[in-house]
Design a protein around this ligand. Structure first.
Ligand code: KPL
Length: 294
C-alpha cells in the first residue's frame, strides 16, 4: 500500500518549497486552496539559478479525511485555517504546524482531535511572480514533540536536513529569537538577510543578538543561550541571499507576523527584569514606519 498523501494548507513561499521538496522525493502532495483561491496547473521553484516546474494535482475537494496535514499559513491565520477544514481532521490526523512565531497549543487542540506537531524551518525563499519562488538558501528544519512518528522518515526523504526533537520548546524559543533579530531589521533596512552583517546593521544585529541571548538564558534554555550568537550569525550567512518573510510582507503591504514574534520576547524579558533597548527600539521603529502591518 502506498503511504498516505500529504496535504498542505497555506501555499505561500514555504508551502511552495515544501510541495516542491515532497514532489521531488516522489511523494503525493495535495494543496488545500484557501477560500475560493484558484490554483494554477503548476508552480515553479528556482534552485541556484535552475528553474524547476512542479505539477499541482487536483486540489483537495473537502470530501475525505486527511491523514497528514502541514499548516504553513501566517502565524495569525493558523487557528482560522484549521477551523476551515475541521470536519476532515480526525484522531488519526497528523497535523504539523510550520510557522514563525508562537501558537497557543491549547487553542489549537480545542478545535481538533488531531495529533499536533511543530516544525521550525530556516528554509526560505522569495516570490518573483505569483507561484514562482526562488529558493533563497538551504536551511535546517526541526520537528517535535514526543516520540518520533512514522511519517518522519517520509518527511526526511523530502527534507534531509530535518531533525526530530522529543522536546522542541527550547528550539521554538531559539527560532523566535532568530526571527526577532533578523526579520524586523531586514524590513526596516530593506535588505537581504546577509546584509545584516554589514556596516550599521551589524551593530544593531549584534545588540539584538545579545539581548535575545539573555532572554534565552533567563528562560532556562542554557544550551541555546550559549550557542545563540553563532546560531544566529550562521542563519544569516546560510540564508544570505534570502529576503526575510517580513521584508516581503511589508513590501507587499501585507500584515506581518511581528506581533507573534517580538512582543512574546519583550514580555519574557520584562518578567525577568531584563533590559532590551535594541529589540524595543526596532519594534517601535517598525510600528512607526509600517502602521497597521503588525
Ligand atoms: O524564518 C525566516 C523568515 O524569513 O521568516 C528566516 C530564518 C529569517 C529566513 O529568512
Amino acid at each position: 500500500m502506498s503511504n498516505p498523501k500529504w496535504h498542505i494548507l497555506g501555499f505561500g513561499v514555504i508551502g511552495q518549497l515544501l510541495h516542491a521538496a515532497l514532489s521531488r522525493s516522489g511523494q503525493t502532495c495535495v494543496i488545500i486552496p484557501k477560500g475560493d483561491e484558484r490554483l494554477p496547473a503548476n508552480h515553479r521553484v528556482q534552485y541556484q539559478g535552475r528553474p524547476e516546474t512542479f505539477t499541482i494535482q487536483a486540489p483537495y475537494a473537502g470530501k475525505t479525511n486527511i491523514e497528514r496535514l502541514v499548516v504553513c499559513t501566517k502565524s495569525y491565520a493558523v487557528i482560522e485555517a484549521v477551523e476551515s477544514i475541521q470536519s476532515a481532521l480526525t484522531e488519526q490526523t497528523q497535523l504539523i504546524v510550520m510557522v514563525n512565531g508562537l501558537i497557543d497549543a491549547a487553542e489549537l487542540s480545542k478545535r481538533t482531535p488531531a495529533s499536533v506537531y511543530w516544525a521550525l524551518t530556516t528554509e526560505g525563499g522569495y516570490r518573483t511572480a505569483p507561484y514562482t519562488t526562488v529558493h533563497g538558501g538551504s536551511g535546517l528544519t526541526r520537528l517535535g514533540s514526543g516520540p518520533e512518528p512514522e511519517w518522519f522518515a517520509d518527511w526526511q526523504k523530502a527534507l534531509p536536513n530535518s531533525y526530530w526533537h522529543h522536546d522542541i520548546r527550547a528550539f521554538q524559543w531559539e527560532k523566535l529569537c532568530v526571527n526577532a533579530v533578523i526579520n524586523p531589521l531586514t524590513a526596516l533596512h530593506q535588505c537581504c538577510n546577509g546584509e545584516l552583517a554589514n556596516g550599521a546593521q551589524a551593530k544593531a544585529t549584534q545588540s539584538a543578538i545579545e539581548e535575545a541571548t539573555s532572554i534565552l538564558e533567563a528562560l532556562g534554555f542554557h544550551t541555546q543561550a550559549k550557542g545563540f550568537n553563532d546560531t544566529c550569525w550562521e542563519v544569516i550567512r546560510k540564508t544570505a541571499a534570502n529576503r526575510s518573510s517580513m521584508l516581503q510582507d511589508v513590501n507587499q503591504h501585507r500584515r506581518t507576523e511581528i506581533d507573534s514574534i517580538v512582543p512574546p520576547l519583550l514580555d519574557a524579558a520584562a518578567k525577568h527584569g531584563l533590559a532590551t533597548p535594541q529589540l524595543e527600539s526596532t519594534y517601535r521603529a517598525f510600528c512607526g514606519r509600517f502602521p497597521g502591518l503588525n
